[in-house]
Design a binder for this molecule. Structure first.
Ligand code: DX5
Ligand code: ZN
Length: 222
């Protein structure tokens, strides 16, 4: 099953309650929350109190994407705040701490997930795959919404899909960055089953139809 996870980075922060509640009506599956620390990426977004506030009103599981240095420091706080899936970056700490963080996420009752930046080779996830419930392949340089999809990430996506099928078939494969109706179909064809979409979703005039199409339904004629 293809899942859609709108990134609230492109929501209207003045009307965040409205935008989060509306996600319950358009057929999406997760709420994607991008946490940036101005260090791991050159941008700062939201943190633990905002995740907790979204949790109070969210009709859907929270897919929290940590773009922060040494995420192990904050794993338990984000899970306490309500993260259901918690993604850390493979580039954000040592191998030992990355492994520990993934184990801690599971021990605290959330789904551990690992992400790679565009410049990181696919092989980087291999040692951690048995510990993960999701792998997140970045298809833009993390930091900002509204960027162009990097189609040169497709071989990486395909390779990771192959390893997931072999080693951990129940692991989800998520793509994040520049996903719209056109690029969604490329992602689905190459093995992604969770599609993050920020600007394309929140700028869509008809989000429910957009979600159906992104999931692979027929494109509505206009
Ligand atoms: C980028 C974030 C993405 C981003 C997606 O660092 O991780 O989740 O908000 O936004 P779009 O779909 O606009 O590329
Ligand atoms: Zn993200």
């Amino acid at each position: 099953m293809i899942k859609v996870a709108p990134s609230i980075l492109s929501a209207d922060f003045v009307n965040l309650e409205h935008d989060v509640r509306s996600l319950g009506k358009t057929g999406v599956d997760y709420v994607h929350v991008d946490v940036m620390d101005g260090n791991f990426v050159p941008n700062i977004t939201v943190g633990i109190p905002v995740v907790a506030a979204i949790k109070r009103i969210s009709p859907l599981p929270l897919d929290v994407h940590l773009m922060i240095e040494r995420p192990i420091r904050y794993v338990s706080q984000f899970i306490r705040a309500g993260a259901d899936l918690l993604t850390i970056h493979v580039e954000a700490d040592t191998a030992e701490q990355t492994r520990r963080a993934l184990e801690q996420i599971r021990a605290l009752g959330a789904h551990p997930s690992l992400s790679l930046k565009p410049g990181t080779p696919a092989e980087a996830v291999l040692p951690y795959l048995p510990l993960c419930d999701m792998i997140l392949v970045m298809t833009v340089e993390p930091g900002f919404g509204g960027q162009r999809f990097m189609s040169d990430m497709i071989p990486k996506l395909k390779a990771i899909r192959g390893w997931i099928d072999e080693i951990k078939p129940d692991c989800e494969l998520e793509v994040d960055g520049g996903v719209n109706i056109q690029t969604a179909s490329i992602c689905r064809e190459n093995g992604a089953n969770v599609l993050v979409t920020g600007s394309a979703y929140f700028h869509s005039p008809a989000p429910s139809a957009f979600v159906r199409t992104v999931k692979g339904g027929l494109v509505a004629r206009s």
